[in-house]
Design a protein around this ligand. Structure first.
Ligand code: SF4
Length: 316
């Protein structure tokens, strides 16, 4: 089966300068450093990792807001635009526009439709996201956070996209309504065969929503696997640390836990070799010199770590 979107070895590097008059380049931020991702039709690919790991830059490149410095964004059968739903439904909806105007805005930009056709589509989209058509003439401040996120989803759906970038879509919402929004997104995915690129900190959300999860560290994917495999059989020390950190403390689990030491190194001129080596409890001599390749550990499970360089035979 062909991927809907294939990102192939994409890079986004920013030069860093010092001095106001005689500007001198003092480093390079490798925000995204050669990642490859396949997003399959009707599936969710999730990116996880600490802030600054490059998840958002990757999603911006997909939204074409940021061009890769290098690499290719191949679009297969990908005529419809990519849409996005962002974290904060309070600031992502224009407070001066009515709900029908907000939802119709992308429709008017992308398609030439009559006023009555636009009205009919807005009514239909409201129903699809679980809102009553009479909400069309209200303003965003009249809605709760969950309802606003439904409006943002309706707007994203209006151009019939194949792919929606979901950037922390429920993290600003009350815990009690997060599941409703996630379930709505799942229903819409199966009804319209939508693909999602999900960015989320909450690993329970990622586990629930994803078909494939990519773990990013300093601009690189260090591990990729289907969620069940990743959450039960993570191999990369960074992934194992992330998962341990997300679980509630438990006395019996403590021995297996890998605790993340130190801060995330600066993305300006990141460490050589495996960029995780200054924090890794399993660091070996070659880790500070050789960049580990992302290799298939078991089918569909890829890891970039020298511990598994020979398909898991080279364990410590
Ligand atoms: Fe740790 Fe070395 Fe593996 Fe990097 S390559 S995660 S430093 S063991």
């Amino acid at each position: 089966e062909h991927a809907l979107v294939r990102l192939e070895g994409i890079r986004r590097h920013f030069p860093v300068y010092r001095g106001n008059v005689l500007r001198r380049q003092t480093g390079t931020v490798k925000a995204v450093d050669g990642i490859s991702i396949n997003i399959m039709p009707g599936e969710t690919y999730s990116l996880v990792g600490e802030s600054g790991c490059g998840k958002t830059t990757t999603s911006r490149m997909l939204l074409m807001a940021d061009q890769p410095t290098e690499g290719d964004t191949e679009r297969r059968n990908f005529k419809a635009s990519v849409q996005a739903v962002f974290q904060d439904p309070w600031s992502s909806l224009n407070p001066r526009m009515r709900v029908d105007q907000i939802i119709a805005e992308p429709l008017i930009t992308h398609q030439r439709l009559s006023r009555s056709a636009v009205r009919a589509q807005v009514q239909e989209l409201l129903q699809v996201v679980g809102l009553h058509p009479f909400h069309a003439e209200r303003y965003p401040h009249e809605f709760s956070g969950g309802q606003r996120q439904r409006i943002a989803i309706a707007r994203a759906l209006s151009t019939r996209p194949k792919l929606i970038v979901l950037d922390e879509p429920v993290s600003a919402l009350d815990v009690s309504i997060r599941a409703q929004i996630l379930n709505l997104l799942k229903e819409l995915q199966s009804t319209y065969e939508l693909s999602y690129l999900l960015i989320a900190h909450n690993l329970a959300t990622v586990r629930y929503m994803s078909h494939t999860v990519g773990v990013m560290y300093l601009g690189k994917i260090v591990e990729e696997a289907p969620p069940i495999e990743l959450f039960t059989n993570a191999q990369h020390p960074y992934t194992r640390a992330l998962i341990s950190a997300s679980l509630p403390a438990h006395p019996r689990r403590q021995r297996e836990e890998i605790v993340l030491a130190g801060e995330v190194p600066s993305p300006i001129n990141p460490p050589a070799g495996c960029t995780f080596h200054p924090r890794c409890p399993f660091v070996m001599e070659r880790c500070s010199a050789d960049v580990p390749a992302l290799v298939e550990y078991t089918p569909r499970h890829f890891t970039a770590c020298h511990l598994y360089a020979d398909g898991g035979k080279n364990t410590c």
